[in-house]
Design a protein. Structure first.
Length: 125
């Protein structure tokens, strides 16, 4: 699995993933900290990376795009310190590894980890 970490998450979360054998890069380490959300999505799509973020806009943009790639994990924790993000990330990877590989929109908070499959299609009656 390959990950692209947005600016709202610490570099140490990329290190956490790398230590577990994942391919993880942080926007800051690539000098891309000012990249727009749309360009981040396109980069993740081209590189087949799952976006890890604190920014709610990615879920909205993916829902509006009606495309599969990339998957997005949004962290909505009260405490965004890396130790907590990494804890919930480990739970998410254990519980939803298959879904992440097949495109998913996952929202993580202290109470629940919620999953929606991509693309999100509007049902017309």
């Amino acid at each position: 699995m390959k990950f692209l970490l947005d600016m709202g998450l610490g570099r140490s979360t990329a290190v956490f993933l790398q230590a577990r054998g994942y391919d993880a890069v942080h926007l800051r380490e690539q000098g891309l900290q000012r990249l727009s959300d749309e360009r981040i999505i396109e980069k993740a799509r081209q590189e087949k990376r799952i976006i890890l973020t604190h920014d709610l806009d990615f879920g909205r943009l993916m829902a509006l795009s009606r495309k599969n790639l990339p998957g997005v994990v949004t962290f909505r924790l009260d405490n965004m310190k890396p130790i907590y993000v990494n804890h919930y990330l480990a739970q998410t990877l254990t519980r939803f590894a298959v879904e992440l590989e097949t495109d998913a929109l996952i929202s993580v908070n202290e109470q629940a980890i919620r999953l929606r499959s991509l693309p999100i299609l509007k049902i017309v009656k």
